[in-house]
Structure formats: structure tokens, C-alpha cells
Ligand binder design. Structure first.
Ligand code: SAH
Length: 213
């Protein structure tokens, strides 16, 4: 129980369930993860609002619905090993920790990495492993992954990430120019990759080897 419990229930109902994402496991994850602990003090009052918020270093914590949609697209059953590129606040990783067996999350900004690691361990997300590195290269030490989520905008789907997908695995990422992208879903089937596009989104740019220079 915490002061934001009813805000969190309302966020889950109005922003996620009412927009068509109704998987009970997904909704339970959003009802249980205290989003306000991932938001800087000054924006805490707005933690459960229907939009992104600044987390410092020019980065943002994504809108709850977008976190939910990207998680939904991974089709997690609870047995998967998942990689997230772009830890940011750690909120998306905490959601994934409730829905997958093992989560690896990679962040390139040292201060965000340190802060997120602290928050995640305080919350007892023991199946989340945080790494400070260029996540556009993936995280080979724990590959292959059943799901890979990129929470920053890439010029195109990084080859390194496709190579780290397990058979049947899914890569979900925003692809496109600065300021506007489309969510893409890549699926590896019989050693081939199939791509689908989902809705338009606006993410901060992916940096690093396969990111924007
Ligand atoms: N998923 C986050 C929001 C991410 S914002 C959350 O739930 O709060 C995008 C993040 O991607 C930023 O923190 C940014 O620093 C990080 N990032 C950008 N390029 C990266 C790269 N090549 N490797 C790892 N992280 C990267």
C-alpha cells in the first residue's frame, strides 16, 4: 500500500485497459509497480499522468500506455529471457521483471544506470540485471533472448540485436527519424526475420554503434 495506489489503479484502468490491453498479468504488473519511485521528486505528482516525463540528461520515462503496448507486443508468458536497451529510469525493466523470468537491461548514461540500478534493487527486482554499456550492440553475454525491447529510436533495426534473438523471439523497437518513428515488431522464425509495423511514436534517439551519430 502507498499514497499512489488509487492513482495507479486508475492509470491502469483508463490508460491501458480502456485502450484495449486487457491481459490480466499485464494489468497486474502496472498496478503493482510504483511508477512514482522512478520519477524525479519534482515531477512525482505527475507520475501517473498520461504522458512521458523528464528523468534528466535529456531523457524521458515513457508514457504508461507505450510501456504497456511494447510489453504486450513481446507476448511474454513468464518463462522468457528478455533484453531491454535503454534502461532510463528502470520503470520498463521493473514491469518486465514481473512478466518474464530474466531481464537484462543496458544503459549508456552512467548516472541513469546507477540511479536505476539502485531503484530496482530497492524494489527487490532480483531477476533484473543492469549493465552500463552501448546497448545498440545488445548484450551478448546472456544471448539469445526471447524478447528484445529498444526504448530509444533507431535509424533501423540493429543487426546485432536481430542476431541475439532466439528462435521464435521478438524484437520491438521504434524506427524512424528524430521526432517521429514507427514501432516495428521483428520475429525470428525458421532462421528468417518477419517484420510488422505498429503505431507512430516519439522516442529519444538511440546512441552508440547502431544509433544516431
Ligand atoms: N525505458 C526507459 C526509458 C528510456 S529513455 C524507462 O522505462 O524509463 C531512453 C534511454 O535510452 C535513455 O536513458 C538513454 O540514455 C538510453 N540510451 C540511448 N542510447 C543507448 C544505447 N546505445 N545503449 C543503451 N542505452 C541507450
Amino acid at each position: 500500500m502507498d499514497a499512489y495506489e488509487s492513482d495507479r489503479k486508475e492509470m491502469t484502468r483508463r490508460q491501458i485497459a480502456a485502450r484495449g490491453l486487457r491481459d490480466p498479468r499485464l494489468l497486474a504488473a502496472f498496478e503493482s509497480v510504483p511508477r512514482h519511485l522512478f520519477v524525479p521528486e519534482e515531477y512525482r505528482q505527475r507520475s501517473y499522468a498520461d504522458g512521458p516525463l523528464p528523468i534528466g540528461y535529456g531523457q524521458t520515462i515513457s508514457q504508461p500506455y507505450i510501456v504497456a503496448l511494447m510489453t504486450h507486443l513481446l507476448e511474454l508468458t513468464g518463462r522468457e529471457r528478455v533484453l531491454e536497451v535503454g534502461t532510463g529510469s528502470g520503470y520498463q525493466a521493473a514491469i518486465l521483471s514481473r512478466l518474464a523470468a530474466e531481464v537484462h537491461t543496458v544503459e549508456i548514461v552512467p548516472e541513469l544506470f546507477a540511479q536505476a540500478e539502485r531503484t530496482l534493487s530497492e524494489l527487490g527486482c532480483a531477476n533484473v540485471h543492469s549493465h552500463l554499456a552501448d546497448g545498440s550492440l545488445g548484450w551478448t553475454a546472456a544471448a539469445p533472448y526471447d524478447g528484445i525491447l529498444v526504448t530509444a529510436a533507431a535509424p533501423s533495426a540493429p543487426r546485432a540485436l536481430l542476431d541475439q534473438l532466439a528462435e521464435g523471439g521478438r524484437l520491438v523497437l521504434p524506427v524512424g527519424g528524430l521526432g517521429y518513428q514507427e514501432l516495428e515488431i521483428w520475429r525470428k522464425e525458421n532462421e528468417e526475420f518477419k517484420r510488422k509495423s505498429s503505431l507512430g511514436v516519439a522516442f529519444v534517439p538511440l546512441r552508440g554503434e547502431y544509433g544516431w551519430k
